[in-house]
Write a protein that binds this ligand. Structure first.
Ligand code: PHE
Length: 323
């Protein structure tokens, strides 16, 4: 019995997993196990022998069973520990954040402008960025020989050799949309057109692509006074400053008559620009009363209709508002 005990206690201690442990249980205390067989042999013993051997065998069986149970629990513990180690997760770690982009200032200002003019009854019109030179120039009263064509640093689209048609251009301003809108909608008309424009000019203060917002209002008795009110209303809303001052300077554009460049009041202090105060002025747009030739190009009768137009640099007012 001592040999049996020693053998099984040692084997149980060394069992690597539950399957090995189960094999040992069958070998020792299963129906045909070594200890079970011993117990069966009790029947052949004399009553005296049986009285000594019976309790000893029972005790041995109990001891093996509890060794099996203890080892089984230990194996389960070890397995659980191993899982806990390998599946360990630090729930206090900061999460992996995803970088979020933000709206580009130009896009934001584009939308702010659209919303303000929409409140004043202007709807949004569009035109192509690759434009016929007729829309970009001729229809706007800029004939072929006009110096404004050269001044605008126009990008011309390539033409195959021998192709004598007038070239397409990357539009140099949003003004061609004036013509397209008149053609499409006739008069009366009240539109704005925010969009990309292109000029072959590239240095510290110029980019070859920039943004403008065109405005056009046509009706029977629209005047410069309406233009002034609309622009002052716009600047007050855009810069969130009541009664912002504007300055209209006489100017010249082929497509407006009379024409004015518009400045807004500002101050420069310690390199800080402040809008709506001080005695400085910043140019922000060109404007005027639509030239009769231009109305006619758009199919609108200048004897019945008149209107104002303006073109403003989105990038510039974006810089002014957001520094
Ligand atoms: N198209 C002119 C420019 O790009 C601006 C402008 C638009 C002026 C409408 C008058 C009227 O400089």
């Amino acid at each position: 019995m001592d040999d049996l005990r020693e053998k099984y206690i040692e084997l149980i201690g060394a069992a690597a997993d539950e399957a090995a442990l189960e094999d040992l249980r069958v070998q020792a205390v299963g129906k045909k196990g070594e200890i079970s067989l011993q117990m069966r042999s009790l029947g052949k013993m004399s009553p005296e022998e049986r009285q000594i051997m019976g309790p000893k065998l029972n005790a041995l069986k109990d001891e093996i069973n509890s060794a099996l149970a203890a080892k089984k629990a230990a194996l389960a513990d070890a397995a659980l520990n191993e899982r806990l180690q390998s599946e360990w997760l630090d729930v206090t770690l900061p999460g992996r954040t995803r970088r979020q982009g933000s709206i580009h200032p130009v896009s934001q200002v584009w939308e702010e402008c659209t919303a303000i003019f929409a409140d004043m009854g202007f709807s949004v019109a569009e035109g192509p960025q690759i434009e016929k030179d007729w829309y970009n120039f001729d229809a706007l009263n800029i004939p072929g020989h006009h110096p404004a064509r050269a001044e605008m640093d126009t990008f011309y689209m390539h033409r195959a050799e021998g192709d004598e048609r007038p070239p397409h251009v990357l539009r140099t301003h949003t003004s061609p949309v004036q013509i397209r809108s008149m053609e499409a909608q006739g008069a009366p008309l009240r539109i704005i057109c925010p969009g990309r424009v292109y000029r072959a000019d590239y240095d510290q203060t110029h980019t070859p692509m920039f943004h403008q917002i065109e405005g056009l209002a046509i009706d029977r008795d629209i005047s410069m006074a309406n233009l002034k009110w609309v622009l002052e209303e716009f600047f007050s809303a855009f810069f969130e400053i009541d009664g912002i001052k504007t300055r209209f300077r006489a100017s010249h554009f082929p497509f407006t008559e009379p024409s004015a460049e518009v400045d807004i009041q500002c101050s420069w202090e310690d390199g800080q620009l402040k809008i709506g105060q001080g005695d400085g002025w910043l140019e922000v747009l060109g404007s005027g009363m639509v030239h009769p030739h231009v109305l006619r190009s758009g199919g609108v009768d200048p004897d019945e209709w008149q209107g104002f137009a303006f073109g403003m640099g989105i990038d510039r007012i974006a810089m002014l508002k957001y520094g």
